[in-house]
Design a protein around this ligand. Structure first.
Ligand code: MD3
Ligand code: FE
Length: 209
């Protein structure tokens, strides 16, 4: 299902993708406060990927957490920095993800949320999200703060990509045939936003099958 725009034509016409412009706007302040509360317990950090590079995006997690290190990618109940469990999913996170998935035609309760923080200059190269246990579940993504250009391709890295700008409060639900598509985020441009001069992205996942 896709979100029709003002002219009744889907703005982003890919099967399995629902773009819910502004869906998180009314909860944005509460979402940002919850992100910052998580980050006081589990600070944003720049993970190292198996090739040895340092990710430009700062990351933390709530619920079951996504972790990269020199040995690979995995999900873990514990924050490797503290040895403690990741903070629980804040109720405002879970509720928003469930409502967005429902609006897109999915029954979905997340068990993990990767929280990305983009400062100007940060980017995320083309990749697939294929470490989760349940590909029948969608991924719900929430954008907050500065706008970013998102790239969305096909099932092969070499497939052509479509670009779309994601703004503060936009929610995208990716499921069905779109679930294993390549995607990435272009370098964040500097700007000013009331939440701070950065971008947060929440990706809600069903990690356990
Ligand atoms: C399409 N994050 O954390 S969210 C990621 O804006 C990630 O921070 C980006 O990709 C961000 O893994 C993009 C949109 C997104 C997330 C997962 C997807 C799109 C997706 C999984 C499958 C297809
Ligand atoms: Fe991803």
């Amino acid at each position: 299902m896709t979100q029709p725009d003002l002219f009744g034509v889907p703005e982003f016409g890919r099967e399995g993708v629902s773009l819910l412009r502004g869906f998180a706007l009314t909860d944005a302040q509460e979402l940002v406060a919850a992100i910052e509360a998580v980050a006081r317990v589990a600070p944003f950090r720049h993970m190292t990927v198996p090739g040895g590079g340092r990710m430009s995006v700062g990351m933390t997690n709530a619920g079951i957490g996504w972790v990269a290190d020199s040995k690979g990618y995995r999900y873990d109940h514990q924050d490797p920095l503290s040895g403690q469990p990741w903070p629980a999913l804040p109720p405002v996170f879970t509720h928003l993800a469930e409502r967005a998935a429902q609006a897109a035609g999915f029954g979905f309760t997340p068990d993990g949320c990767l929280i990305n923080r983009y400062e100007p200059g940060a980017k995320m190269g083309l990749h697939q999200d294929i470490n989760e246990g349940d590909y029948s579940a969608p991924i719900v993504s929430v954008s907050l703060g500065l706008p970013a250009t998102f790239q969305f391709g096909g099932l092969k890295r070499s497939d052509p990509v479509e670009k779309i700008t994601l703004h503060h409060g936009d929610v995208v639900v990716w499921g069905g045939p779109a679930r294993k598509s390549f995607h990435g985020v272009l370098t964040l441009r500097a700007g000013h936003h009331v939440i701070g001069n950065h971008r947060y992205n929440l990706t809600f996942r069903k990690v356990l099958g």
